[in-house]
Design a protein around this ligand. Structure first.
Ligand code: FE
Length: 242
């Protein structure tokens, strides 16, 4: 007898391979970009790319408005903070391009010039409604090598940089969140706070010594500019562990 659970084993999906990219766009004078692993080339003549973007993302609004997007291929040299800036923070609250060097490409989208090996500038031809995400299919109007280095794979990000996946990503592992909430219950103690974005737990007994917070510092006593060491969000994104 066939076990239907085995046929639907989500672990099988995690064997798919991906790269890691910053997808950028613009809306009038505003620029934005976000991390994506869901990019693929779909045709060669002419070259077309498909990019899956969450409908709640500001970048989705910008691509829908301008009809252009640029794929920046991250290098393995990309620091985790660059990935956190573009992967875990919203352009609604922050001008991400005030913090990184960039230039404006032929279509008007920003091209990140550090820790990027190549960029492809695309103009949207077709969109596909996929529920939570839209797949934008765009024809490449310009493409060039930006810098030396090896392109970062999603596996490298997860395994070498110990990177996390935000809930808005197509490959977000809900099962990992379940495991983490189970873990929270098992280790529940007064004074701990959990990051609602990535699941990091602030434990006052441990503090955050790498960022200058001594053990014994309560969550309330953390400086107001302290940010989650895993994903970079502020204190207002944390909830008490119960
Ligand atoms: Fe976090």
């Amino acid at each position: 007898m066939t076990d239907s659970n085995l046929l639907k084993n989500p672990e099988s999906l995690f064997t798919l391979g991906y790269g890691l990219y910053i997808v950028t766009s613009r809306k009038d004078d505003r620029l934005n970009g976000q991390i994506s692993n869901a990019i693929m080339q779909v045709t060669d003549t002419p070259p077309r790319l498909a990019a899956a973007v969450n409908k709640d993302a500001l970048t989705h609004e910008f691509i829908t408005h301008s009809g252009v997007f640029t794929v920046n291929v991250l290098s393995e040299s990309a620091p985790i903070n660059l990935i956190r800036l573009f992967g875990f923070q919203s352009g609604t609250d922050k001008d991400k391009f005030s913090q990184v060097p960039f230039e404006i490409g032929l279509t008007g989208c920003p091209i990140v010039t550090d820790h990027v090996v190549a960029c492809m500038e695309a103009r949207v031809e077709t969109t596909l409604d996929c529920g939570t995400h839209t797949v934008f299919i765009g024809q490449v109007e310009a493409a060039r090598i930006i810098g030396a280095g090896k392109p970062m794979t999603y596996a490298y990000y997860r395994e070498v940089l110990q990177g996390k996946t935000p809930p808005t990503a197509p490959t977000y592992r809900a099962s990992a969140a379940v495991t983490s909430s189970k873990k929270i219950k098992e280790t529940s103690e007064m004074g701990k706070y959990v990051c609602d974005v990535c699941g990091y737990i602030y434990d006052p007994a441990v503090g955050d010594p790498e960022n200058g917070v001594e053990p014994g510092t309560t969550f309330e006593d953390l400086p107001n500019d302290w940010v989650c060491p895993e994903c970079g969000v502020g204190k207002d994104e944390f909830s008490p562990v119960e």
